[in-house]
Design a protein around this ligand. Sequence first.
Ligand SMILES: [Zn+2]
Length: 301
Amino acid sequence: MLQQIGAQTYAWVQPDGTWWLNNAGVVAGEDAVLVIDTCATAARTRRFLDAIAGLGPVRYAVNTHQHGDHTYGNSLLPATTVIIGHERMREGLRTDPVIDGCPPFWTPVPDWGPVARRLPDVTVAGGLTLHAGGRRVELRHPGGPAHTTGDLIAWLPDDGVLFAGDLVFAGLTPLVFMGSVPGALAALDWIAAFAPSVLVPGHGPVLHGAADITRVLDDHRRYYELVRSIGRAGLARGVSPLEAARGADLGPFASWPDAERIVLNLHRVYADESDHDFDLAGALTDAITWLGGPMHTAVNE
Ligand SMILES: [Zn+2]
């Protein structure tokens, strides 16, 4: 669903925002369109690109981070589109095994369709300012690991619009297992300092106005503090991340979609605060054990 959020600025919102259903963005300028992220599957990316076909040629694309829901559709962009991403995002996608076939951690198993690994042409370390058809778009890295190690936001100072990527999940359980809990907390303050009037999260509905944005950022703070305290209590008791999650009271977050991410996020706390090695496949296996079966996704629809 294409939503206009500013003059020639749009969000592509895919309800309900759960696993693999991301948001993307569009900034249209004079004879140049910038897209912010693509989608997980070829079919979903085609739907997005068809919806914006009338806005002009897609000259630039930005990937907010390496995850497949934001990047696998890169290969459906025109061959002439210049793709931009953080240098660690590029490395993450280059070595991502999931694009070659998704393991059955989700049900139904995602089918990406005819996508191919297409990496950024331009990499960014700290930041870059694009002038896309006369539109000023500031790409900025939060300064350290947060959702992943290679996150970028896109800030439109003239519109007050901020595309946050997966630094923000609106009304859905946040995910930091490939990033950092303290880094994700710091990124919330960093985002708030831009004082956006519109914030496009990586998943979930667009946030309009300071009150809406502050409420959602505060939800993230409470969630990350809860994850950290459950993780520290589990480490103190000498139990596994899965056992720590099983014994935990998630309070209001228990009913949030994708609640099983508690297990993934605890694996990150354990890796960062003890000598536990971070094991991606082990973390995902524990999440489906906690849930009692594979995680749900509607990405094939
Ligand atoms: Zn992500």
